[in-house]
Design a protein around this ligand. Sequence first.
Ligand code: CP
Length: 317
Amino acid sequence: MQNPQLNKHGELTHLLSTEGLSKNIITHILDTAQSFVPLAERDIKKVPLLRGKSVFNLFFENSTRTRTTFEIAAKRLSADVYNLNINSSSTAKGETLLDTISNLTAMQADIFVVRHEASGAPYLIAQHVEPHIHVVNAGDGRHAHPTQALLDMYTIRHFKKDFSNLTVAIVGDILHSRVARSDIHALTTLGVAEIRAIGPLTLLPEGLEQMGVRVFTNMAEGLKGVDVVIMLRLQHERMKGALLPSSQEYFKHYGLTEEKLALAKSDAIVMHPGPMNRGVEIDSAVADGPQAVILNQVTFGIAVRMAVMSIVAGASV
Ligand code: CP
């Protein structure tokens, strides 16, 4: 079956998932992002690669980092950006997702950036649009968050240079995490030595071992000797029923404190996609500490999203 992210020439035309992306494509995105990073130091932080193109930000779920950095990225590429306010749009009157897309297409949209609570929504849109229109998944349900994974890969490459000797631990609510799934696919493709998943049994999905992931329910054991720690938020909004005794109990066993972080390598980096719940999955001393690269992730997100939009639009340098 043809990869729905690729056009008939094998080029990336939509970004829907890190699953199925080749190492060459991921590396091309990271290299392109790297070429955009110095732009942030210039007086005029713009390049004309998407001049005259219209980017529609469609966020059917809340977002701070992804939505804002997509907007900044599109503006730095000189695109015209339209942020649809979903709450005051005709979606609230019952218009279907595909009717909304058809109407925005009639307004000459070129790129749709889509976040949706339903897994698969960006795939549906990608099947529906004409070939000259591009869809970028900004997070769908618990399925995928490919640009977050790509900015995570960029951050890891920036601080650790080479993926092949790394042990990466992903900690917390992996069951509900689209970031964890997308990170695991990207880390596997980039050839890290070991991926670990750490969390309570109730928050670990089935099938992790089949994906080549080592599973730990004891955080102290799981953190021993790791190079990268990716902390995840407890996604209460996606939990049906009580999967945990309490936030305090969770913090005691799975919250990242300085004491627990000391079990990782001394130069380990700490990442978090945000939003963070301080005192639940991460202690402030770690979140604001010298090993945290959490705000670097946000900054790199702009360059990575510039790279993704310019590449899918066939406009990259
Ligand atoms: N990491 C992330 O997706 O954050 P937002 O929900 O703020 O976009």
